[in-house]
Structures are given as C-alpha cells and as structure tokens.
Design a protein around this ligand. Sequence first.
Ligand SMILES: [Zn+2]
Length: 602
Amino acid sequence: MPGASLHYQVEVASLHAHLFRVTLTISAPAALQTVSLPVWIPGSYLVREFAKNLQQLQAQQNGKNCTITQQDKCTWQIQCVEGAPLMLSYAVYALDNSVRTAWLDADRGFFNGTSLFLRVHGQEALPHHLHILPVASQPAWQLATGLTRVKVNTRGFGLYVAADYDELVDCPVEMGAFWRGEFTACGVPHQLVVAGALPSFDKARLLADTQKICETEIRFWHGDQATVRQTPHQRYVFMLNAVDEGFGGLEHRNSTALICGRRDLPRVGQTQTTEGYTTLLGLISHEYFHTWNVKQLRPFELARYDYSQENYTELLWFFEGFTSYYDDLLLRRAGLMDDAGYFKLLNKTLNQVMQTPGRRIQSVAQSSWDAWVKYYRQDESTPNATVSYYTKGALVALCLDLSLRIESTQEKGHATLDDVMRALWQRCQGGPMQEADLLAVLQALTGRSWRKEIKAWVHSTAELPVRALLTAQGLVIHEDEAQMAQRLGLRAVDGPTGVQIKVVLRGGAAEQAGLASGDEWLGVEVGAGRKDGQGGQGSQGGSWRLHKLDDLKSLLGPEKRLTAWISRDKRLLRLPLTLPAKAVTWRLAMPAPRQAGQWPAV
Ligand SMILES: [Zn+2]
C-alpha cells in the first residue's frame, strides 16, 4: 500500500455529556475492512471491554454511507470500495477517573488510545497520525503526551505521529489547565504535569525529588556516565492527577499516568516527608522503573500484544515483583529516605505476605498466570486463595539479592541483583525474556545453578527464607502481639451499628467459630457459660455492644473465650469463639546503624 495512511482526529463533542468525537480516515481500506477496539490495556491485566463506551459508529466513502456489520462485542466489518478513502466516525463516553480508560469534563480531559482508537486490521504497522483539536470553550487548556509532535501550537494541540498502532495506544494524552514543570535527567528531557492540586502544593520539591529518582534509575541501568543515547526513551512525561481519594499508576514507553490524593502532595513550608508523600515517590519510582522492566525487557509471551483477548504469562512476579523491590530501594539510594525508613517499608511488605493465607495455596508463577481472573478481580476469598505477585515477588527479589550478596563474600566473585538486572538487559537486548534467561544470567554471574531456589521461591508455596537472610544482614526480627483482627483471623471495618466482616481468613479463630464475610458483629458476651458462674477473671464480664473491634481487648482482658452476637440476613446468631494463644506480627529492627557501603544503601 504505497502512500497509504491512517489519520485520527479527536475533538470534544460535549464536555458535559463526557463525549469525545473521533474521526478516522483510512486512505487505502480493504474491500471488507475490519476494525476493532482493544479489550484490555497493557500493564493492567483485566478484560475491560472498552467497546462498551463506543457509540454511533458510522462509515462513509465519497460522501455515501457504507454498510457496517458488527462481528462481536468489539469488532466491525465495513463494506467499501477498495482503495478509496474510508471515513469512520464515532463517539466515546469518558467518565472513568482512573489511569486505565478516559475522562472528560469541564476541568480536564484524559484518554488512553485503547479507549479511543479503533485498530485498522492489516494496517497496524503504518504510521498513525493523530490530530487533537483545541477545545474552544476552554482557552486555558494545555495538552501533554509522549507522542512525537509534527505541528502543534504553543499549548500542545495539533498534529502528532506514532510509528505504529502499538505506539499510538501506548501514549496517553492529558488536557486541562494543569501545572507543568520540566527538568533533565542524564541529558533526557522530562516533563511533569500535575492536575487538580491545591495552590499550596510544593512544586519545586516534587520536581527536584522526581529528578533525583530519574537520575538514580537511569544510572542504575546504564552506569554513572549514562547519556541520552543509551536510554530507551528520548524524552519522558509524568502525568499526575491529584484527587480527593485515589491512588495508582500505569506505565507506558515514555510516559506514565498517575493518580494520588491531594493531601499526599508536599506543601510549601513543610519540610518533613509524610507517609503519603513517600508512597507517592514510591509510585513515581515504580512506574519509571517499568520504562526498562516491562516496557522494554518484557515477558516473551507479550513480545507482541494481542489486544483482542487475555495475554498470559507466568512472569509478573519478575516484572511487577522486582519493580516493587526496586521502587523503595532506589528511593533509599536516591537519598529520599534513610535506612530506617526503608526497613519500615520492607517490614510492611513482609507482614502483608505473612498475613495472606493464600501464599500456601498459590505460587507467584500461578498468581501471575491467573492475574486476569484473580488479582484483578478481588473479592472476599482473594487473601485465602491467592498471593500477590507484587508483594511476594518483591520478597523473591529480596531473597535473591541477599543470597547473592552472601555468596559474593565467599570469594565466588561479586554479584548483586543489580548486576543480574543489567546482565539481563544486555542478554535480551532490552527485549522479550523468559525465566531461562534469568537462570542463565545467574549461572554466568555466580558459576552455579539457581534452579533449585527459583523452583522453591517462584513455583512452590514453600515459605521464603527471609528471616535467615535478614538476620545474616544483622537485622533483628521482633515478634509483636498482633492486632485484634489478626488474632481473630479476619479483616473488618468498624461501623456505627457494628463491626462489618469483610474477610474471614483461612484457618483462623473466626472461621472456626463460623463467622462469614458480610456478617455484622453486633455484640459480645464475655465470661458467659462458665461453670463457676463468675465472669472471666480480670475481664469486664457480661454482654456488650461492639462498635470497634479493638474494644474487645479491654472487654476480654486475659479471657480467651467469648460469644459473638452476629447479624446475618436479618437473623441473629450466637457464635462461641476462642482466641488463639498467640498471634504475632513482625517488627524489623536495626540494632546498629548500617555502615557506609552496606545494603540497602548500595
Ligand atoms: Zn507495576
């Protein structure tokens, strides 16, 4: 098809009806031209059926309507004259305030190409042109995207080009009266746009901290002398949307879409680092690390995305888990937290995995494969049936890193997980990889096989050797008495009328007593039913209303037995329950300051 081209035009059809209008011109269509909309967006492993928001599809050739036949939920076939330009037009409803789809109102516009752009079958490899029209009623709006500019105005509206369909849908677009800052990292120009922030937000601090993260990560992959010629991206755009409640991010080849809570942004005059701000920096670090680890180095099965169905891989423990290990670790290395701050975050991950009974049911390789129906479709059975490839995957990375560091002191050569990541980048030339590549790199760097460890840590449900490895690093693990919810083996939310039971954990006291997800725990009898007729020794005894689960501690005292008053389906149940003798959470302690040159600083 010499000279064939694809041209998409996007304009706002109605801000208040939340509708984008897309006009797609196919210069050289097939006689029976197929087009389809993706069912998923890479990076978020769930079939989301974006076509549900597409409406009023029309096709015209030389001013005449063409017949459109719908093939399935997201595919259409158009009868036309081969070779003459075909024009499709449709609207897309956009009111999902997440990073995965599209949003349009009077304050802001945002879209991913997977929500807006029909794929022209047979022409995916052609350059895709995109013309985004300015919004007449919103003269203050600007536009940000990772796409290559062809001819744009000073506000960023105009013509862009993508090398192919994959690039077109991997470059989300942000529009609005946002704040914009710029910096370079190792010579690579970066843009940071923030929508929805309060005026008191400390722009300079966020910009400086993000720059530190980017420089640390570029040097991680390409060395201290890294230049723009080595990086996979020639420029990069962070699009951060600040909202009242929300958190998340999605990685793209040279940009990322992020959501955070407004209160998590740093404020002018505030010098300390809040927990919320640390979490935001961790998110920035995480998504930026993906520029190498999942967008370039990527699962072999996802070398080419199939937009029409689930794309399965066992490797998300590597791409999400190892990225999760490095997101916090590189904040420490960038000087944005100290060792104690890092160990606090690591402690949280350790306890999250420890408190997930599903780790005994599912391996992280299985968890990865099943992401489409389990991790991304969480319900009350999720903690009992699954393990997160993010958190356990991060602990697999920790185990591998610490094991490598222990061996390197035994004169078998020096290698850390950093060396493994860089060697993988070299071996796979920043492209598709398999588990065998990781094993080969480990063998080459250490002179021995790591098959046994990977089999146990990744493909089985055996406990990870985190305690021994952390102890060998000079850290101490204290076992503290667990919170009441964990002692009972449940997850619950306190409420004005009672405690709402969300999850009953496998093998716990609540499960043994017969509590179920959806129950409302109204009250408790303490010491009742004892043969001596006395209340429990040291406890308050008697019957009590329950609004807060932690109140049980003072009501019970040393007493272990109680009767729970439960409301279920309008019936009242009395369920006898016995607390276990002991339940603990881990507290990681650093008895002496870490020495310079010691993990996690290097
Ligand atoms: Zn991720």
